[in-house]
Design a protein around this ligand. Structure first.
Ligand SMILES: Nc1ncnc2c1ncn2[C@@H]1O[C@H](COP(=O)(O)OP(=O)(O)O)[C@@H](O)[C@H]1O
Ligand SMILES: [Mg+2]
Length: 283
């Protein structure tokens, strides 16, 4: 479990993280959604003790990261897949991490197998594709078999197969009861992966809710109707709780007009793909 309370980080004039309070629970994928520059990476760096908060606090399993006796066994993270010495093989990179963290050598083979890199384990990582680099980063995160995993924009730039692989891996990790915290600036990615969402904009918390709740609150369903009896239809729609926008008769046959009806939508999770996505206000 990750818990942030009043977490704040200021870089000079920039307030990157602004009094964020949230909890990331085990057994599900929690999406961390916000546009570029919202403060997602900074928040993850604060969780991992890579930066010091200006104010507030964040704990991993009840302790500040620096106080964890065996950090890689408690939390694994992929923040920057390129943070690897390119001249080192995938195997040696992971072996280095394992030895520095008192983890058994056999764990290196296990995670290489898990991420599908066994065949290229002895190759230098500088020749790796983006997808292979992401897999190596994920192997590093899994090395200590931690109950908490964090991935910062893991699918950026990946091909469809790589995206699917990461999505399925995260789902499997959450199904094992682990805490999975994954950031993205794409709502569509979160809709496909996460169950719970923490949404931020300009460092501030915008929403902390389930994905269906967030979609219901930020989307609407519209239907375009062509009718010769605009007034009558508008009355019926209004009586049913919908709203009507008159698009005029320009493209309609003589004597009719086009209406766009926004229906009140009681549904939430059953068919979110049919909803029109209305960009939320990040501010
Ligand atoms: N080391 C740093 N020094 C100064 N400003 C920074 C630093 N790291 C991040 N920022 C600023 O903090 C804000 C949040 O950045 P970041 O956490 O990277 O956002 P995100 O990951 O959501 O795209 C941005 O305005 C960014 O320019
Ligand atoms: Mg980022």
């Amino acid at each position: 479990m990750i818990e942030a309370r009043g977490l704040t980080k200021r870089y000079g004039d920039t307030l990157a993280v602004d009094h964020l309070s949230f909890s990331v629970e085990p057994g599900r994928i929690t999406g961390f959604l916000g546009p570029n520059g919202a403060g997602k990476t900074t928040t993850m760096r604060l969780i991992l003790g890579l930066d010091r908060p200006t104010d507030g606090m964040v704990t991993v399993n009840g302790k500040a990261f620096a106080q964890l006796a065996r950090p890689m066994r408690e939390v694994g993270a992929l923040l920057d897949a390129k943070a690897v010495h390119g001249g080192r093989s995938a195997y040696n990179h992971l072996l280095c991490l394992a030895q520095a963290n008192n983890l058994p050598r056999r764990r290196v083979d296990e995670v290489l197998e898990l991420v599908g890199l066994s065949a290229v384990a002895k190759k230098r990582s500088k020749g790796f594709s983006l997808g292979m680099g992401q897999r190596l980063g994920i192997a590093g995160a899994l090395l200590g078999d931690p109950a908490i995993l964090m991935f910062d924009e893991p699918v950026n730039g990946l091909d469809p197969e790589g995206i699917l692989w990461i999505r399925n891996l995260m789902k499997a990790l959450a199904a094992e009861g682990r805490t999975v915290f994954v950031s993205s600036h794409l709502m569509s990615e979160m809709e496909n992966t996460a169950e719970h969402l923490i949404v931020i904009g300009r460092g501030r918390l915008i929403a902390d809710c389930t994905v269906p709740e967030f979609i219901a609150a930020n989307s609407s369903q519209t239907v375009r109707v062509r009718t010769p009896e605009q007034d009558a239809l508008a009355k019926v729609v209004a009586a049913a709780g919908g709203s009507v926008h008159d698009e005029g008769a320009a493209s309609a046959p003589t004597g009719s007009g086009t209406l766009r009806s926004r229906m009140p939508c009681g549904c939430t999770s059953s068919h979110p793909a049919r909803h029109r996505w209305k960009r939320p206000s990040w501010n």
